[in-house]
Design a protein around this ligand. Structure first.
Ligand code: PMP
Length: 363
């Protein structure tokens, strides 16, 4: 397939080509059953098999302990901003929130409506262009949970280490770096992620949670808003996003075939390094994030002097050259290359070569 471009979109984003090809092959007739996954009952034997494979694939990839549930929900990561406080808040125990950008801001908006919380740390004064250092994170010690975002998709920062929260559950929005690196799941109470970056198409939200935490929620919460409903129903209390779950299954099986998340992590670190080196070695560009906090998923950079007109030309010419999705988020401007698991190293090399040429011509 030579007509595929290099897609640097932040999400929905590139999917592994072998996954798309497999889905294409199986599109009209899945596993010989005479119909598409899109057409079959979610209660059918075939779809139950898909759900089981998606669950076991996730468990294998992330080494998820048995006392954790793997849920495939809807409503995006954005619904989790509200479901987490609705279900996990305990009266009189304000949530500790580590505020690192636009996505934690959205979570804060929901927490404000629902529960009490404190900011355990914030880097807002620095426009979120760095992460708080461990000594800047003031955990209260008796919070309902500690809330954070592991990878800040918009500004391009990523926690390389997670705060030690002891018995207090750590809740992490991992929408933009789930499955990209090894994790010790037992350190987390709950992890959630919108699927559309590293898992599959939009419309599926992955939740990995310690089962006992679902008991915290009041039974009076709307049924669909309770994690216990989805745990009991095996993510099939109502009709789940069946096709999205099928693609997520193919993606996670592809990851496992590549050697799992540790193999992904090595490739991701190497890919990001190629790009950050190219930025650091060329005065024409700069990266606003200190080295230690840089994301290996969303590489944010600018044309030195923050020349917006030049950045606009960069995006236009890159798009024409088959490098798509390089415009920075509308809230911060600049440039951003999102290089999730499925983005091939060849795409990163093509971008570096384009950047060097562009700098020569415009410098
Ligand atoms: N959190 C993070 C870190 C994100 O990057 C995004 C989407 N880009 C969201 C949450 C929101 O996800 P959704 O659109 O699935 O609600």
């Amino acid at each position: 397939m030579t007509d595929r471009i290099f897609n640097f979109s932040a999400g929905p984003s590139a999917l592994p080509l072998p996954v798309l090809e497999k889905a294409q092959k199986e599109l009209v007739n899945y596993a010989g059953c005479g119909m598409s996954v899109m057409e079959m009952s979610h209660r059918s034997k075939e779809f139950s098999g898909i759900m089981e494979r998606a669950d076991s694939g996730m468990r294998q990839a992330l080494n998820i302990p048995d006392d954790y549930s793997v849920l495939f929900l809807q409503g995006g990561a954005s619904l989790q901003f509200a479901m987490v406080p609705m279900n996990l808040y305990q009266q009189g125990k304000p949530v500790d929130i580590i505020h690192t950008g636009s996505w934690t801001k959205k979570a804060i908006t929901e927490h404000k409506k629902l529960v009490e919380f404190k900011l355990a740390a914030t880097t807002e004064e620095d426009k979120f262009l760095r992460l708080p250092k461990p000594e800047e994170i003031n955990l209260s010690g008796d919070a309902s949970y500690v809330y954070m975002c592991s990878n800040n998709t918009i500004v391009g920062t990523q926690f390389k280490q997670f705060p030690e929260t002891g018995d207090i559950p750590l809740v992490a929005d991992m929408s933009s770096d789930i499955l990209s690196r090894k994790l010790d799941i037992s350190k987390f109470g709950l992890i959630f992620a919108g699927a559309q970056k590293n898992i599959g198409p939009s419309g599926v939200t992955l939740v990995i949670m310690r089962k006992d935490l679902a008991d915290r929620a009041a039974e009076t919460l709307p049924t669909m808003m309770q994690y216990r409903t989805h745990i009991k129903g095996g993510s099939m209390f109502n009709t789940p996003p069946t096709y999205g779950i099928y693609i997520a299954m193919l993606v996670v099986e592809w990851i496992n075939e590549q050697g799992g998340v540790s193999a992904m992590e090595k490739i991701n670190v190497a890919k990001a390094q190629i790009l950050y080196d190219a930025i650091d070695q060329n005065d024409f560009f700069y990266c606003p994030i200190p080295t230690a906090d840089r994301s290996s998923m969303n590489v944010v950079f600018r044309v030195t002097g923050d020349k917006e007109d030049v950045e606009k030309t960069f995006v236009e010419q890159a798009t024409a050259a088959g490098l798509s999705g390089l415009k920075g988020h509308r809230s911060v401007g600049g440039l951003r290359a999102s290089i999730y698991n499925a983005h091939p190293v060849e795409g990163v090399k093509a971008l570096v070569s384009f950047m060097n040429d562009f700098a020569k011509k415009n410098g």
